[in-house]
Design a protein around this ligand. Structure first.
Ligand code: NAD
Length: 498
């Protein structure tokens, strides 16, 4: 088994210490080992990022953008290989892997506008012969800690923009599927990124704690589960760092009685079962307003769930692959057991799903529960698997109350033909990303991504305009050049234009 190394100061560095196995979830085989960085290895990356910062900070934004343009081209040219690497370690289908890469590339495209987004703001004559402007200066060495479920896209939410803004970066990807992340980072170097500007340190809690504790690291972007997001936010901010920490989710889709049911069912199928439900924007709860739409939904969706094409992610033409690890599969199966014990109606049972030729893969079939209630664990917690729960309510107001009472507030959507209902929903729902007849309302790269409540800790969302704010420090400069031969007396009252 080959060892997946770190990327430090432009070199591949193999850690001789602790390692973890990386599995192919379709076969259950351990296919690689990944180095788990020690504090010493991490320090090398921090030193490299710190050393690279002064020159990169002073590189004109237009030159930084040229590197980003070449990076984008290399990402596009390598789509097939990146998709294969994602699929082999994550398990998602090749088409889905290509989709996440494309959404990641959109963030590189946004970062290519570095000269435009860093222009700052200028005001002439804010007082007599006084001009003022605001600069957006880089923060310094910044770090990103990313989850397994989007090994290409989520890192691309972070470092292209941070680097476009003049920062240097240390990325700590998920140790469960690190190959595509490393491959992509090396493409950035091939595009002409100077050594040390982007460093990849593989690892686990030890590396994460090292990043939190390092005084050189000025800001941390985190995406992952809520307990870890909260930990990183509180520990990082305690040390005076900027932290944006995006956490878990439980995303509800409201089906109004007037919804276009065929289209809503297609949308729900993709949003609930795509990527085996391992998306932070996956729809895991369908809230049906009235029994009539709930019964019609069950009737239409059951044959489609039973007909899901499930297999090894790297095969073509599939709907769904396996879960990422044996532990993830066991956790999902545990939730299904729990839902049955709690009295929910198990309409389609994905437990014990077998794929011929891949008997040791971590498969769970599409699962549907009906008559789920808010007191059940399968409703309250993030399952992160191919399990859709139907909750029946009597009105839109009741549906909205349910969603607003949930601890998570990442994404939600409403299926309706009623503009008034949709507008009320958009106005009053306490969720960060809302779709109207759009099941996965992941914002495009020039808007920002983030949830509310316990789905995000911090003030600024990821990427887009909020990302620029997060990765820059504002400096307000006020300048005056006294006119020759003029002399002003000392002024003791607070200066104003009054
Ligand atoms: P995770 O929290 O287990 O891991 C995320 C990162 O934190 C990894 O790099 C991991 O190595 C590190 N980590 C894990 N345990 C740690 C610990 N005890 N101390 C310090 N660092 C630790 O998440 P995951 O399982 O990789 O990803 C799935 C989760 O991420 C889900 O909850 C999903 O909703 C969430 N997610 C959220 C978003 C979003 O935008 N809100 C996007 C993608 C995924």
């Amino acid at each position: 088994m080959s060892l997946i190394p770190h990327l430090i100061n432009g070199e591949r560095v193999a850690d001789q210490g602790r390692t973890a196995d990386v599995f192919n979830p379709s076969t259950g085989e351990a296919i690689h080992k990944v180095g788990l960085a020690s504090r010493e290895t991490l320090q090398k990356a921090i030193d490299a990022a710190k050393a690279a910062f002064p020159a990169w900070r002073n590189t004109p934004p237009a030159k930084r953008a040229q590197v980003l343009f070449r990076f984008k081209q290399l990402l596009e040219a390598n789509e097939a290989e990146i998709s294969r690497l994602i699929s082999q370690e994550h398990g998602k289908t090749l088409e889905d892997a290509a989709g996440e890469l494309k959404r990641g590339i959109e963030n590189v495209e946004y970062a290519c506008a570095a000269p435009e987004i860093l222009k700052g703001e200028y005001s002439r004559n804010v007082g007599p012969n006084i001009d003022a402007w605001s600069d957006f200066q880089p923060v310094g060495v910044v770090a990103g800690i990313t989850p397994f479920n989007f090994p290409a896209m989520v890192p691309l939410w972070m470092y292209p923009l941070a680097i476009a803004c003049g920062n240097t970066f240390i990325l700590k990807p998920s140790e469960r599927d690190p190959s595509s992340t490393l491959f992509i980072a090396e493409l950035f170097e091939q595009a002409g990124l100077p050594k040390g500007v982007l460093n990849v340190v593989n690892g686990d809690k030890e590396a994460v704690d090292g990043l939190i504790e390092a005084p050189e690291v000025k800001a941390i972007s985190f995406v992952g589960s809520t307990p870890i997001a909260e930990y990183i936010y509180s520990e990082g901010t305690k040390r005076g760092k900027r932290v944006q920490a995006l956490g878990g989710a439980k995303n509800h889709a409201v089906l109004m009685p007037d919804a276009d049911l065929d289209n809503a069912v297609s949308a729900l199928m993709g949003a609930a079962y795509g990527s085996c439900g391992e998306r932070c924007m996956a729809i895991s709860v369908a809230v049906c307003v009235g029994d009539q739409i709930a019964d019609a939904l069950v009737e239409k969706i059951v044959p489609q769930i039973k007909g899901l094409k499930i297999g090894a992610g790297t095969s073509c033409g599939l709907d769904m692959g396996p879960l990422v690890t044996a532990a993830a599969r066991d956790k999902v199966v545990g939730y299904i057991d729990d839902g049955v014990a709690a009295g929910a109606k198990l309409v389609v049972d994905g437990r014990g799903y077998r794929v011929a030729g891949h008997e040791d893969g971590y498969f769970v079939g599409g699962t549907l529960f009906d008559k789920v209630t808010a007191d059940m664990r399968i409703y309250q917690e993030e399952i992160f698997g191919p399990v859709l729960c139907i909750v029946r309510v009597g009105s839109l107001e009741e549906a909205m109350q349910l969603i607003n009472d949930h601890e998570y507030g990442n994404g939600t959507c409403i299926f309706t033909r009623d503009g008034e209902a949709a507008r009320l929903f958009c106005d009053e729902i306490e969720v960060g990303m809302v779709g109207v007849n759009v099941p996965l309302p992941v914002p495009v790269s020039y808007h920002s991504f983030g949830g509310w409540k316990r789905s995000l800790f911090g003030d600024l969302h990821a990427y887009g305009p909020d990302g620029v704010r997060f990765y820059t420090r504002r400096k307000a400069i006020t300048q005056r050049w006294p006119q020759r031969a003029s002399h002003e007396a000392a002024q003791f009252a607070f200066p104003s234009n009054g």
